[in-house]
Write a protein that binds this ligand. Structure first.
Ligand code: SAH
Length: 228
């Protein structure tokens, strides 16, 4: 009897190990070809991208495509950002390990997981309730304990846990939301795509009471929507 169970068990074990290894090597290739070759240098960011299992953040039908150089659909007309953009935005935040970070636009939770590898605490807000719920479960199942997810309107920020050392916005508002600027700590950094159909990725730094804004590259994100 136990022999009968052992063989299918062995096959299942092999296919699981093989599946995991396949994704590890796809992930290594993604980091090499899409991230390092394009100029991302921060070792900690590179490590985080090698660590987070991106294929577990996309719907099953896109699993095999999880490591390609593109955004992918995650349902509700939303997308998980292209790996390079995740790496670039994360690098711009210059995280050292202890920071409190706010993300607007949880989506799949992938960017939040990358941030959680690099910072102390991550707070992430998603306007679409079912996406927020799925991301929260996914992140919990993957063992992340330093991420808080809430469904709500990112334009309001998250007053209760403010101010933040870093803020990352992964949907595009027409201009920088005032509340988010308010909730950014002195010396803090915000990375945000700003514009209507086409956007510019901006790095916003609060320095000595002033706000310094730098244009980084043109990007395309889904719009940041207002709660009705
Ligand atoms: N960071 C995500 C990808 C984000 S896609 C990931 O790693 O998968 C952008 C997300 O922003 C979408 O899920 C969209 O629903 C959300 N969004 C749009 N407007 C918002 C708002 N006002 N507040 C919070 N989230 C918003």
């Amino acid at each position: 009897m136990w022999k009968k169970l052992l063989f299918p068990g062995f096959l299942f074990f092999c296919s699981t190990v093989w599946g995991t290894e396949k994704f590890v090597s796809l992930r290594e290739r993604m980091v090499q070809e899409q991230i390092i070759k394009r100029g991302v240098k921060n070792e900690r960011v590179i490590e985080a991208l090698l660590e987070v299992p991106r294929h577990k953040f996309v719907p099953p039908e896109y699993r095999e495509l999880a490591y390609i150089d593109q955004p992918l659909p995650i349902g509700y007309n939303q997308t998980i950002s292209q790996p390079y953009i995740v790496a670039l935005m994360t690098e711009l935040l210059n995280l050292k390990g202890e920071e409190k970070v706010l993300e607007i636009g949880t989506g799949s939770g992938y960017q939040a997981a990358v941030l959680a590898e690099l910072a102390g605490e991550v707070y992430t807000i998603e306007i679409l309730e079912p996406l927020a719920r799925d991301a929260e479960k996914r992140l919990k199942d993957l063992g992340y304990q330093n991420i808080k997810v809430k469904s709500g309107d990112g334009f309001l920020g998250w007053e209760e846990f403010s101010p933040f050392d870093a803020i990352i916005v992964t949907c595009a508002p027409g201009e920088i939301p005032a509340k988010l600027l308010e909730q950014l700590k002195e010396g803090g950094r915000m990375v945000i795509p700003v514009g209507e159909r086409f956007q510019e990725l901006k790095l916003v730094i609060k320095e000595k009471g002033k706000v310094v804004i730098k244009d980084i590259i043109p990007v395309r994100f889904v719009p940041m929507i207002r709660k009705k």
